[in-house]
Design a protein around this ligand. Structure first.
Ligand SMILES: [Cu+2]
Length: 68
């Protein structure tokens, strides 16, 4: 499980965009977004660096990320 701190997520559209960005590199990925905490939890077989890059490329800056 990965936990990422992600900026500039403000609404359901952002949640969708982040979820789709991760699922574009791993269709099986499970993505959970906590808007209030600006946290994204990801269960995926893809590497954390790839997951973080996908979210960043979608326009949402990843401040920190960790394997939890
Ligand atoms: Cu939004």
């Amino acid at each position: 499980m990965y936990e990422l701190q992600v900026e500039e997520m403000s609404c359901g559209h952002c949640v969708n965009a982040v979820t789709k960005a991760v699922q574009a590199i791993d269709a099986q990925a499970q993505v959970e977004v906590d808007l209030a905490q600006r946290k994204v939890r990801v269960q995926s077989g893809a590497e954390l660096t790839r997951v973080a890059a996908a979210i960043g490329d979608a326009g949402y800056p990843v401040v920190s990320s960790a394997v939890v």
